[in-house]
Design a binder for this molecule. Structure first.
Ligand code: T3D
Length: 264
């Protein structure tokens, strides 16, 4: 695919997707959303890709919906509907990211606002630059959280803090995000991409089948009863146990050497 709003690169098993509309702090347009969806679909089938990094060009991560493009669409399209827009362009992307059997790391280089914050929350891990910030900006423009924020945020920070952030839209600094459990790590701005790439390469050289199953089992476990989670884990273990990487992991342990996982 010929990407117009996204920079795409791959190195050492890590696919890096850079939202590339810096003049609008990488706010979402339909085209950008559709390109992201296509890039994640390609990442799903590419065996060379074993981890994905998502970041933004310029000083923002993603400012959520492009309010300029959105208000133009509302004026020009009599049938414009937020619901239709979300269900067609945003929701499939969030669901695809959560079902991608490979780790996704957000390198949050600047502000993540509205659906841009939801995008960061839909990643498996969030590394934030010191100057990054997070805001549930929806309420500031009279909207409700979407793109998964009502689902992700309480799980990460608890219901009381989630409601406060959603109702006030207040901007959370990177350090506060770390303290709240929103961010996994905070780095100096100049190191963010290097630290994220190093972490992503570590995951990309891991047992990819098991990592995909960990992601799915986590998703299932947080929503299920203990009995159901135990069953799910047991079935996932059968799949992981049949992988070449499991055999390699055990052989390496017994031989007292580091494993060399091939991702299968
Ligand atoms: O229709 C749908 O797609 C449905 C989905 C809706 C989901 C949503 O995401 S709703 C929430 C939409 N997002 C926002 O409300 C955030 C709006 N932006 C801001 O509040 C602030 O820009 C930030 C807090 C994100 C950053 O503030 P600051 O002071 O660092 O930057 P700035 O000066 O406000 O912005 C820099 C430029 O980016 C500026 O352009 P200019 O004046 O230099 O030409 C600004 O207009 C532009 N920009 C920032 N956010 C957006 C945007 N342009 C379009 N849409 C944006 N969301």
């Amino acid at each position: 695919m010929d990407y117009q709003n996204l920079l795409v690169s791959e190195a050492n098993g890590v696919l890096t997707l850079t939202l590339n509309r810096p003049e609008r702090l990488n706010a979402f347009t339909r085209d950008l959303l559709d390109e992201l969806l296509a890039a994640f679909e390609a990442a799903r089938s590419a065996t060379s890709v074993r981890a994905v990094v998502l970041t933004g060009a310029g000083r923002g991560f993603c400012a959520g919906a492009d309010l300029v493009a959105g208000s133009e669409a509302m004026m020009q399209e009599a049938a414009f509907s937020y619901s239709a827009m979300l269900k067609r362009h945003y929701n499939p992307l969030i669901l695809l990211m959560r079902s991608l059997p490979k780790p996704i790391l957000a390198a949050v280089n600047g502000v993540a606002a509205g659906a841009g914050m939801s995008l960061a929350l839909a990643c498996d891990l969030r590394l934030a630059a010191e100057s990054a910030s997070f805001t549930q900006a929806f309420v500031k423009v009279g909207l409700v959280p979407d793109s998964g924020s009502t689902w992700f945020l309480p799980k990460l920070v608890g219901p009381a803090r989630a409601l406060e952030l959603m109702m006030t839209g207040r901007r959370v600094t990177a350090d506060e995000a770390l303290a709240l459990g929103l961010a996994n790590r905070v780095t100096p701005d100049s190191n963010l991409l290097a630290v994220t790439q190093e972490m992503a390469e570590g995951l990309a050289s891991g047992p990819t089948v098991a990592l995909g199953l960990i992601k799915a089992a986590y998703e299932f476990g947080v929503e299920s009863s203990l009995a159901a989670a135990l069953d799910y884990e047991a079935d996932a273990q059968d799949v992981a146990g049949a992988s070449t990487d499991h055999a390699e992991g055990v052989t390496a342990f017994l031989s007292k050497r580091s494993p060399s996982f091939r991702g299968a």
